[in-house]
Write a protein that binds this ligand. Sequence first.
Ligand code: UDP
Length: 415
Amino acid sequence: MFRKMGMEPKDFRPYREVVPRHILEGLDGVLNTLKAERIVHVNSTPMGGGVAEILRSLLPLSKGLGIDTDWFVITPPESFFKVTKKIHNLMQGAEGELTRNEEDEYFSYGGTLGDFDVSTIEADVVFLHDPQLLPLMQVLPKKNRPMVVWVCHIDLSKPNVKMLRKLIPYISLADKLVFSLQQYVPSGLAEESVNIIPPAIDPLSDKNRYMDLQQARDVVASMGVDVERPFITQVSRFDPWKDPRGVVDVYRIAKRAIPELQLAYLGASHATDDPEGASIYADLVQYIANDRDVHLYTEEHISIEMVDTVVNAFQKASPVILQKSLREGFGLTITEAMWKQTPVIGSNVGGITIQIVDGETGFLVANKSQCAKRAVELLASLDKRIVMGEKAKESVRQKFLLPRFLRDYIKVGLQ
Ligand code: UDP
């Protein structure tokens, strides 16, 4: 019903060279007062999407600091993930509601996890990530249970209220709650249980470690993009909230000014808990209608082993990165690109707004034509891109690197 992920501890020492001193001091401070001995995280996919990305960087580092840390992934049937993706969409504001059958499938899943006895994993603190894990709340032991923290990674700024109301009783069963932004916190929850922790990236992972520009350009060229001509890139799951058709529209508008422009869209996330990708990709293939300057990549084009390197290369070599989301819980893709000193043009929504200072560390846009205009502006000026890219990297260094994130998570677990 759930499987344990193998993890090697990661040496913390190299991070001391990268992150600001005040963050290191804060982390040392909380480590000295940490009483919890064993921390366990449970989520719904080992790979693909932001949550898996966060856990595969956070947890080995936590282990490397001597904290007994484990990671479990639930393994429900595909039909469960169809329902939870619908719940995800409703929570981000889609219209509609669950059918009776879908509701039964979702809530009864907790029952099928009867053998998930948190006492058997002997944790002091258990972090449960996203709505996929909420059914588990029903089978938590009443007595002697560990501290249970529910972490919400999704953009709850304009939720479908009916869906949210159904989940609130389950959310309320957690001892503590984590949201990425203050504005996502639904009303009616115990204020003292709420923590605001925006995510962060691992600057030393294969995806984010320094890559030489020429090497990055070689990788991008090997994927079929003509690096001698301008191109713009979005790295995102094929998901309605990432507005894939909107990205193509932006490219089409910008191409009127720059006829040789190309678009790359990397949707090779390898997420096992997102069943929507194939149909959205198929729709996009139709939509681009044989435009040879549009390059779409799925899991078929980029293997699991190569995906971090390819994402790193595109984020480094693209003159401009787009994040044309309609909702965005946080948007690690933005942080990743900013860390590589690449200017990001992002929609003025959710977690994008706490990452990009408009006109300084990137551009915030309200619609497709603004987005295209900014893309043309940046493509025309290497100087602007350099200045913006440098500021972007420094802002990530100050606010969105892994040790700060680890410090905040440990604080939540302090008992
Ligand atoms: N990602 C990837 N390959 C892809 C597309 C996305 O590895 O082709 C990764 C991306 O680099 C980032 C994560 O998936 O680390 C997406 O996280 P984000 O917070 O941006 O969005 P989410 O998918 O969680 O909505």
